[in-house]
Design a protein around this ligand. Structure first.
Ligand code: ZN
Length: 507
């Protein structure tokens, strides 16, 4: 278990509400990343969920005192980008520059507190990826003539056994027969080591269902097969990262994309960030979607082992989002733009829905109808109404909040976060809010006020404010703006005034 008690003891020394980072309070370090998306299309709500989960966890790590490096970026060396640019009649570079901006905008719109954003077309990434290639043991990389069925959508090969009709099972598009000399990575060299790592939980895959899928894949008959890590420069449309020492080949997009996690930390120069937030880091965490688990739980650790670099400690795998119960797809025309949803409803309500109303582990659904239900019930009626009632009473009574420390997190909060159960952690805070609402009904402070029992009213308000501050403090990772707004209502030693409501009910 964690050393919560030590941190909580430190929290108790604080007076008043202290929001923000506790950097320097702990000698623990953490690294956390989103996967990097292809930039050939606009960001969709499923990626927004991954962003919010990652930002929430990064903010949580900071809240408990970890010096945390949080990373996101863009995957630009894909054949998809080359094809998309060709269709538009622009260069791949132009397409990437333009589309990457949409992912920067998404970060702003979701209020993500990221330390860095890495583009895989940047010099630091190109040089870092080439260094990683060169660091891999010579006996793990070999060249061979290869033919296979390729899906550009997946950027992956299929065997004839997998797809007898030569169509991608995911995209339903025709597979392309590819025949050329490629470099291969000798994955079979690492089969036993990876199995042991995952079974011992030295590499922890959350949730268990996703861990079991990986274990079954490793143990399948025939074991792990070597995978291609390059393609011809010609087939790549002259786009991608050249293989060191072989001008005719560029790296396979997955090999270079995975490297982003450490090229961003200055692997190239074995820089300070690389040493601090990777080599000597206490928690190295990747947040990914279920479709790319194999790349992260098998290929990536093997590449790192080959290069003699430390491995991630934890891989959190989320499910997919459907829209109104349907798979997100351009052809169905149901792609929901998260930036537009945020413009319509606000950042924190969207963050709340993605963290609370969707299971972190299973597939979930987004619909505006369900969003409105959750918003009204939890945000407007429960927390929002509670804060409003206390604010109204406090401003009428001319109450001055005291400078009191924030208490321990509600029972189950840290345990839920340790298991990436965002929804359960939020539920512990909402139980506190419900209890406070119940207390108001029981105590009936308006009766106390009518009878001029001012001391009792003040004591009751202190109790309410302490509860709301506790909620606000532990809400920071989830709804940072709401946490700040709450803090501004109950500023110590300042007479309370009535301001704007936290959440207006939706019609
Ligand atoms: Zn495909």
């Amino acid at each position: 278990m964690w050393i919560w008690t030590a941190f909580l003891a430190v929290f108790d020394d604080f007076t008043g509400v202290v929001y923000g980072e506790f950097s320097g309070m702990s000698d623990k370090t953490a690294f956390i990343s989103t996967a990097i998306p292809y930039v050939n299309a606009r960001p969709h709500i499923g990626f927004a969920m991954e962003c919010v989960q990652t930002d929430c966890y990064a903010r949580y790590l900071r809240l408990i005192g970890h010096d945390t490096f949080s990373l996101t970026g863009s995957d630009e060396n894909s054949l998809k980008n080359v094809r998309a640019a060709e269709e538009e009649g622009i260069t791949t570079r132009e397409l990437c520059d333009r589309n990457t901006q949409m992912f920067y905008d998404l970060m702003d719109s979701l209020n993500m507190d990221m330390t860095d954003f890495i583009r895989t077309s940047s010099d630091r990434h190109i040089q870092g990826a080439q260094k990683l290639w060169s660091m891999c043991r010579e006996e793990d990389i070999y060249k061979k003539h290869y033919s296979g069925w390729y899906c550009v959508g997946c950027e992956d090969f299929y065997t004839e056994k997998d797809c007898p009709d030569k169509k991608c099972p995911d995209h339903q598009t025709d597979l392309e027969l590819v025949e050329e000399d490629n470099y291969f990575f000798k994955l079979s060299n690492y089969q036993d080591k990876i199995l042991a790592l995952i079974e011992s939980e030295e590499l922890r895959i959350v949730p268990n269902t996703k861990r079991n899928e990986i274990l079954a894949f490793i143990k399948q008959e025939g074991g792990l097969t070597d995978f291609s890590i390059s393609r011809s420069r010609k087939r790549a449309g002259d786009w991608g990262i050249p293989v060191p020492g072989d001008e005719d080949q560029v790296m396979y997009v997955w090999y270079d994309a995975l490297a982003n996690y450490i090229t961003a930390l200055d692997l190239e120069n074995n820089g300070e960030n690389f040493q601090k937030y990777w080599t000597n880091c206490d928690r190295r965490i990747h947040m990914i979607g279920k479709g790319i688990n194999r790349f992260h739980s098998i290929y990536w650790p093997a590449m790192l082992m080959s290069a003699g670099i430390e491995l991630p400690h934890e891989i959190f795998v989320h499910g997919y989002l459907t829209i109104n119960g349907q798979k997100i797809s351009k052809s169905l025309g149901n792609v929901i733009d998260p930036v537009i949803q945020v413009e319509k409803y606000g950042t924190d309500p969207i963050r709340y829905y993605l963290l609370r109303a969707v299971s972190p582990f299973e597939d979930g659904d987004y619909s505006e109808e369900r969003f409105a239900e959750v918003y009204n019930a939890d945000l407007a009626n429960n927390l929002g109404n509670l804060a409003r009632r206390v604010e109204t009473m406090g401003s009428k009574a001319g109450h001055v909040p005291k400078n009191l420390p924030v208490g321990d997190a509600p029972e189950g909060y840290h345990e839920a976060m340790n298991d990436y159960r965002f929804h359960d952690a939020l539920a512990t805070l909402w139980r506190v809010a419900s209890d406070l609402n119940t207390r108001i009904e029981e105590v009936k402070p308006w009766v106390l006020a009518k009878e001029d029992r001012h001391d009792e009213v003040a004591a009751f308000l202190d109790e309410m404010i302490a509860g709301l501050r506790l909620i606000g403090h532990y809400l920071v990772p989830f709804l940072p703006q709401t946490a700040e707004n709450l803090a501004n209502i109950f500023v110590a030693d300042k007479p309370m005034e009535k301001g704007e409501a936290l959440f207006m009910r939706l019609p």
